[in-house]
Design a protein around this ligand. Structure first.
Ligand code: NAD
Length: 251
């Protein structure tokens, strides 16, 4: 697909779900992939399967994020690609949402994007090359869903963040773009329950939920050398879910 041989990539949240799909695609394209995740058991397993590496990290902890990039740079001499993908999506109605609920989601999804980009950038600037891909969502930037006001805010926030970051990073040959998944079959999505998944499938013009690799392919594209003239952009990958003006428009 794309030739990423010899490149060093880091995927946060790469132990499961969409992150795992991104890891698979980067690996197939020839990159050495470092999985950075809280889930040590799955993270190590995935690293073994793709002949990659695993580093245990909580993306909300600033010192751990600094340590992650320093370690990878020391171990491999460079960082070509960062996929800032780790995220959570607990559902809670606004009437019950506590400050702690709100802060937790904003920290894991949005503050971690800030830590990721801020602390990987120096290593990419040094070499005048870098590709950053952020996993946002359709929920927030385009659509809404009850119980996800905090999540939606975090995912829209990521897109705002990359617009300004792209301008600061462009002068160093670093691009930053975002993928916006629709409903993708992951552990996190399955946890929403069968009724949720059936409802979503009925609203997708392509009549199927997405696979993690559907997002992986798009992430690989943004991560490739060939995508050198694209920055600050986002790509929706949702089976057409955001298109219908009316449920009757789905054939
Ligand atoms: P998932 O729960 O299947 O996987 C998330 C991974 O992130 C797990 O490996 C988990 O251990 C890791 N993680 C969570 N908190 C972390 C932390 N503090 N530090 C380090 N790692 C942490 O979820 P997923 O469905 O694969 O979601 C991945 C990303 O895709 C998220 O940013 C999510 O918002 C986004 N997304 C998912 C969907 C979907 O349909 N699944 C749709 C749109 C966007």
């Amino acid at each position: 697909m794309f030739d990423l041989k010899g490149q060093i990539a880091i995927v946060t949240g790469g132990a499961n779900g969409i992150g795992r799909g991104i890891v698979n695609c980067l690996n197939q394209a020839g990159a050495k992939v470092v999985i950075a995740d809280l889930d040590q058991y799955k993270g190590k397993k995935v690293a073994e399967e793709v002949d990659g590496d695993f580093i245990s990290v909580d993306v909300t902890v600033e010192e751990e994020m600094k340590h992650l990039f320093k370690t990878v740079n020391e171990r491999y001499g460079k960082i070509d690609i960062l996929c800032a993908n780790a995220g959570i999506f607990p559902q809670v109605a606004l009437s019950d949402m506590t400050v702690e609920d709100f802060d937790k989601v904003l920290n894991v999804n949005l503050k971690s994007t800030f830590f990721s980009v801020k602390y990987v950038a120096p290593y990419m600037k040094e070499r005048g090359y870098g590709r950053i891909v952020v996993t946002s969502s359709i929920t927030g930037p385009i659509t809404g869903y009850p119980g996800w006001a905090h999540y939606a805010a975090s995912k829209a926030g990521q897109l705002g963040f990359i617009h300004s970051a792209a301008l600061e990073l462009a002068q160093y040959g670093i691009t930053i773009n975002a993928v916006q998944p629709g409903n993708i079959k992951t552990e996190g999505l399955i946890a929403q329950g069968q009724a949720y998944m059936d409802g979503m499938r009925a609203n997708i013009p392509l009549h199927e939920l997405g696979e993690p690799e559907d997002i992986g392919v798009a992430a690989c594209f943004f991560a490739s050398r060939e995508a050198k003239f694209i920055t600050g952009q986002n790509l929706v990958i949702d089976g057409g879910q955001i298109l219908p003006e009316d449920p009757g428009a789905i054939l």
